[in-house]
Structure formats: C-alpha cells, structure tokens
Design a protein around this ligand. Structure first.
Ligand SMILES: Cc1cc2nc3c(=O)[nH]c(=O)nc-3n(C[C@H](O)[C@H](O)[C@H](O)COP(=O)(O)OP(=O)(O)OC[C@H]3O[C@@H](n4cnc5c(N)ncnc54)[C@H](O)[C@@H]3O)c2cc1C
Ligand SMILES: NC(=O)c1ccc[n+]([C@@H]2O[C@H](COP(=O)([O-])OP(=O)(O)OC[C@H]3O[C@@H](n4cnc5c(N)ncnc54)[C@H](O)[C@@H]3O)[C@@H](O)[C@H]2O)c1
Length: 482
C-alpha cells in the first residue's frame, strides 16, 4: 500500500475531471486524478464523439441530396462499414494513450483504479490487480464520476440485457432492426443514425419527442424520422421485454402490440455514479445526484457546504446540465475556486464571476444532432412563463431566409426567439433546421450578454447566410421607435 499527499484529488478523468485538474494544476496545486476506466471518460469513447461520428456521414449524404447538382452526382448509399471504421478512429480504438500524454504534459498525476472517499480529504484507490493506494488532499476532493443509463423497472428488461448508450455508440455493425425506448436526446440521435444505416427502427416514447425543447422541435424531428423510415410509437410505453428463441427482443407495448427486433436500446435518462463512493459518511445519499453551490462545493441537507467545504461535485454528477461543454464550464470555475481558496483568496459566489457557473441556471446551450438539428439556448417559452417572465414569442420559418435557399432546396426549419418584454432582452432561442448548430453561439452570446434588442439591430448578419434569420426575427418583433 502506498500513500501520497496532494493538494487536490479529482475522482473521474472524464472531460470534466480533466478540466478541474487542469485549472487546479494551473493554479499551482499538486493534483492527482483517479480513473477506473479510460482517461477521457464517456464523451470521448461512448457518447459525444462516437455518436456524432455515426451521425455525420448520413447528415452529409442527405445534405448533398438536397442540392441540385450534387443530388445527381451522389447516387450511392452510405458505406456503413466505413462509417463504423471512422468512429473507431475517432475513439482511438478505445485507447487512452493520447489523453494520458495530455495529463503528463499538464503536470497532473494519474492513479488508475476505483476511488472511494474513506475519510475527510482521503481517497483510497483499488486498481484492477488489487493493489491499493491511499491518497490524501490538503485542500479538496472533486467528485467528477459522471453518470450511467437509467434502466426503468419493466418486467424482463434488465435480464434481457438491452443496449444502453455505450453499446449503441460502440456497436461493430448496424443491426437489421432496433427498438428504442425513450424520446430524448440519445433516443432521437441514435434513431437518426441507425435509420440512416438502413436499420428498421421503432422508437417508443411515452409522450412526444425532445420534451425539454420548444414543441415544434420534437414535431420536426418526428417528421424527419418517419421520412427516414423509422416507425414512431408515441404516447406509448413498454410493458414487458423478453428474448425470442433467435435471441431477438420481443417488446410488448402498452397497447398490446409486440415488436420483435434484433436489438433493443434503452435511452430513458441517466443515474449518477455516486454509489460506493463513501459519501454516506458525510451525510450524503449514495446513488443520488449531488447538490452543489455555484462554485460546485457539495451541499449537505442543511444547504451548507459539506464538512467545511473540501468536497466538490462537478459535471454530470450534479445534474445541473448533463452536457460536456457545460460540465467543462463548471470545471473551470471549480478548479479556479479550489486554487483560490487554497491560497486564502476570497471566492465570490456573485453571479458571472470567475468562480461560479451562473450560466447553468438559464443560459445552457445544447445541440441535438438529429436531422434537422435542434439548437437551443436559455429558456423555452413554457419555462419562461413558468418562471414568471412577461414574454413575447417570435417565430420565423428559416426556409424563407436567402441563405437557407442556397444551403438546400426546400430548406425546412423554424426559429424562435423568446423576449423578456420588461427588459427588452432575449431569454431563449431555438433553431431547428439543417446546419443550425453553428448558429447557436450567436444566440448564446445574446442571452448571456443580455444584449438589448435595440442593440441587436446593429449586429448585422452577413448576406446570404442562414444567420439572417436573426434580422427576420427582429423585423417580426418590430423596429425600435427611437
Ligand atoms: C450517447 C450520448 C451522447 C452524448 N452526446 C453529447 C454531445 O454531443 N454533446 C454534449 O455536450 N454532451 C453529450 N453527452 C453528454 C456527455 O457525454 C456528458 O455530459 C459528459 O460525458 C459528462 O462528463 P463527466 O466528466 O461529468 O462524466 P464522464 O464522462 O462519465 O466521466 C466520469 C469518469 O469517472 C470515472 N469514474 C466513475 N466512478 C469512478 C470511481 N469511483 N473511481 C474512479 N473513476 C471513476 C468513469 O470511469 C469516467 O471515466 C452525451 C451523452 C450520451 C450518453
Ligand atoms: N447532443 C447532445 O448534446 C447530447 C446527446 C445525447 C445525450 N446528451 C445528454 O445525455 C443525457 C441523457 O440523454 P437521454 O436521452 O438518456 O435522456 P433524456 O433526459 O434526454 O431523455 C430521456 C427520455 O426517456 C423518457 N423516459 C424516462 N423514463 C422513462 C420510463 N420509465 N419509461 C419510458 N420512457 C422514459 C423521457 O420521457 C425522455 O423522453 C441528456 O441529459 C442529454 O443532455 C446530450
């Protein structure tokens, strides 16, 4: 058994843990990171990168088919095996050498194994070979252990061993047929990818699609999935799951219909990796999401930082926004706050400072890479109303913008701007359409910067780009009087 003392211990080397460690190390902290599987975590090997790679080729093929001239030139089908090979390249064949090299360059030590918090500021790591390392931290322990798929309590489900997101993104080939349970981001993205590969997809959702977005987003995505050949079973549920003699899945829906497909993907949300972490010793519940303040210190039931404030919870594990970019944003704030507190500097929790993740509350951007893409930031109209804002909703068909004429023949898509009428600023924006992902950051800047609409008139979008939808939204809202 070896014991080593550091300033900061980070448990979990996903994108978030890496960024906490990096900021702490850059702040002069001796930092160690503990990882049970691959350095780089879910995003690099089983989530963002492989899923977006699986989606990209189909999106590009369909984009080419929407433009006269290339439509005639691109007459073949997707080379599905080549798409999977490109995915293998993106995940570096599930080898983390490159990320370990980055840790070394950043001056962060790595201990491989599963970490458990065994005392205040103490983490015991057990490696696969059984060897044990006890780490102690002078200043902070950051829990960045991420999340795993949630399996609903449905008869036969667990025993049938369905795919979770990992299996869907790391599959070696496309199955002939696939049932997907869920109507969220993973379900719609994987339905788009696999339907594009020629898999017969059945998607079962208990309501509509993409429930957290503006309603037109889910409707446009549903329409496109049907066009791709997927069967949608909306406002439906799964009553039971069993394997057939051929080892296929027999999925019984709430209306009695039976779907028999080669594979079954469960995409019904996530649970936090907080079981068996030793959190109970500090009055926290294992298996629950961590409640944190804006600098990511874990809070106890009394709303105060646990045990004086050495414990941090960053990324998926705190359930504020289950997104890589938002977790990394939290990580920058938390890493800097840890280093500043260690040096005895004041750490202000005032909104928009260097040590807080203020944007988590109502300025979170997200792109769902379906076809059409769904890009949104801030509050939807429903959320803004619920929060008590006096709002005006402005919609515009993106296909009517000159830039969209050029991008695709018969471009289909919708944009929405939600305006706070009392302050004259944008609370939220949603764009649904081809290639809208890169448009989103303009909206994020407007929302986070609380740019007055009167000033947005002076942010002139180039002609002929899809960004001109901003001008159309402003025109629909109306010119300022002075
Ligand atoms: C299919 C899919 C696609 C997605 N696509 C996107 C996308 O396009 N864009 C986006 O922004 N987000 C996307 N997400 C969400 C994104 O993957 C997560 O928000 C992100 O990975 C969270 O990062 P994290 O570092 O908090 O957790 P993780 O990436 O899960 O990292 C946690 C790490 O901790 C390790 N760990 C856990 N417990 C221990 C322990 N006790 N000891 C040591 N190590 C431990 C794990 O092995 C893991 O490496 C997607 C998610 C899924 C499922
Ligand atoms: N492009 C991206 O940014 C991207 C891509 C994939 C995932 N993610 C993130 O990963 C997280 C997980 O994605 P997800 O799709 O698993 O979760 P989600 O929360 O987006 O969707 C879960 C879906 O499952 C349904 N559901 C929940 N419990 C159910 C039950 N018992 N029976 C039937 N349906 C049930 C919900 O109604 C919802 O439609 C999300 O928070 C998302 O932000 C992001």
């Amino acid at each position: 058994m070896t014991t080593t003392e550091y300033d900061v211990i980070v448990i979990g080397a996903g994108a978030v843990g890496e960024n906490v460690a990096d900021r702490a190390a850059q702040g002069g902290m001796r930092t160690v990171i503990v990882e049970a599987e691959l350095v780089g975590g879910e995003c690099s090997y089983w989530a963002c990168m492989p899923s977006k790679t699986l989606l990209r080729s189909g999106a590009l093929l369909r984009a080419a088919q929407r433009v006269g001239g290339t439509r005639e030139a691109v007459t073949g089908q997707l080379d599905v095996a080549a798409v999977f090979r490109r995915r293998d390249y993106m995940t570096n064949d599930w080898n983390d050498d490159g990320q370990v090299e980055w840790l070394n360059g950043a001056g962060i030590d790595l201990v491989r194994g599963r970490g458990v918090i065994t005392a205040p500021r103490e983490v015991t790591v057990t490696a696969d070979d059984g060897s044990v390392t006890v780490l102690t931290a002078k200043h902070a322990v950051a829990v960045c252990t991420g999340s795993a798929p949630l399996l609903p309590d449905i008869p036969g489900l667990r025993e049938s061993e369905p795919w979770g997101s990992r299996e869907a993104t790391s599959a070696e080939r496309a199955p002939e047929s696939l049932t997907i349970l869920g109507g969220g981001v993973v379900a719609t993205e994987m339905a788009t990818a696999y339907a594009g590969f020629g898999t017969q997809v059945h998607l079962v959702a208990r309501s509509g699609l993409l429930g957290g977005e503006e309603p037109f987003a889910g409707e446009l995505v549903a329409e496109s999935l049907r066009e791709l050949g997927a069967s949608l079973h909306l406002d439906s549920g799964v009553e039971a799951v069993a394997r057939t003699e051929e080892s296929h899945f027999r999925v019984t829906l709430s209306d009695g219909q039976e779907l028999v497909t080669e594979q079954f993907l469960v995409a019904t949300g996530r649970v936090p990796h907080t079981i068996d972490l030793g959190l109970e010793a500090f009055g926290l519940e294992g298996g629950a999401w961590l409640d944190v303040d804006d600098s990511m210190r874990v809070l106890g039931a009394d709303g105060e930082p646990v045990d004086g404030g050495w414990l941090y919870g960053v990324g998926d594990v705190n359930h504020r926004a289950l997104l890589t970019h938002q977790g990394k944003y939290q990580a920058r704030a938390a890493g800097d706050a840890i280093a500043a507190r260690a040096k005895g500097h004041e750490v202000s929790l005032e909104p928009w400072g260097a040590f807080v993740a203020t944007a988590d509350h109502q300025a979170v951007p997200q792109v769902t890479f379906t076809d059409p893409e769904v890009a949104s930031v801030g509050l939807t109209a429903a959320r803004a109303e619920k929060a008590g804002y006096r709002i005006r909703v402005v919609d515009y068909e993106i296909g009517s913008v000159s830039g969209a004429y050029v991008v695709a023949d018969n471009y289909k898509g919708t944009a929405r701007m939600v305006v706070d009428e009392d302050r004259g600023v944008v609370l939220g924006a949603t764009f649904v359409g081809q290639d809208v992902a890169e448009l989103l950051h303009s909206a994020t800047v407007a929302v986070v910067g609380e740019v007055p609409l009167t000033r947005l008139w002076h942010a002139v979008p180039s002609y002929p780009t899809v960004s001109e939808v901003w001008l159309r939204l402003l025109e629909t809202y109306g010119r300022p009087e002075k």
